[in-house]
Ligand binder design. Structure first.
Ligand SMILES: Cc1cc2nc3c(=O)[nH]c(=O)nc-3n(C[C@H](O)[C@H](O)[C@H](O)COP(=O)(O)O)c2cc1C
Length: 184
């Protein structure tokens, strides 16, 4: 798929088909994440690939309080949890670089998934503590984000339909609104 076509095609997918996701496709997506740039090449990202349906359901239920909106996640065939080991990372002022690094790597994974015909949805609404507990993540590792990985269902789910009807959820600002040339 052409690069710009990949960028245009990516959207948040909140309903998945039962079609299994080939192991090789998951590996190619992880490989795309592995090649991402990072501050001082610290590569603080660590990924947990969750395929066990029961674990995915437990994660969804456990996150009810933090991300009630993400209940649809329970039917995702695969969940990739993006974590960070902050130790090799540094600070830019008060901003930790590991968040930037993991975000870049996860977006590489998301775009690779799009090129594979797979759907994703960046998930920020979860309880780090509960995810940590269920997946046995050690205390020094931070949980930054997660995304389901799977073939989009033929029909959009309720949450996707709401996002599109709501427009606010998918509309983008124009270039005129976000770009300045030479100075602010
Ligand atoms: C940092 C971040 C956190 C997000 N958290 C959630 C989330 O918890 N649940 C969800 O359904 N979508 C979540 N999203 C997806 C956004 O709602 C979505 O990207 C945005 O509405 C634009 O729509 P699009 O991805 O379909 O283009 C998140 C996106 C980002 C970048």
């Amino acid at each position: 798929m052409d690069f710009y076509e990949t960028i245009r095609r990516r959207r948040s997918v909140r309903r998945y088909s039962d079609q299994p996701v080939p192991e090789e496709a998951i590996t190619r997506c992880l490989e795309a994440a592995r090649l991402a740039p990072s501050w001082r090449n610290g590569q603080p990202w660590r990924f947990i690939v969750v395929r066990d349906r029961n674990t995915i359901r437990r994660l969804t239920r456990a996150n009810w309080g933090a991300g009630a909106i993400n209940l649809w996640l329970k039917d995702a065939p695969v969940l990739v949890v993006a974590c960070a080991d902050p130790r090799p990372s540094g600070l830019k002022g008060d901003q930790p670089y590991y968040l930037v690094d993991v975000a870049i790597a996860l977006e590489h994974l998301v775009l690779a998934a799009t090129a594979e015909g797979l759907g994703t949805c960046w998930i920020g609404g979860f309880s780090e503590e509960k995810v940590r507990e269920i997946l046995g993540i050690p205390p020094h590792i931070r949980v930054v984000a997660m995304t389901p990985l799977g073939y989009p269902a033929d029909e959009k789910g309720l949450y996707d339909r709401l996002a599109v009807v709501g427009k606010r959820q998918t509309r983008r600002l124009s270039l005129q609104e976000i770009v300045r040339y030479e100075k602010w």
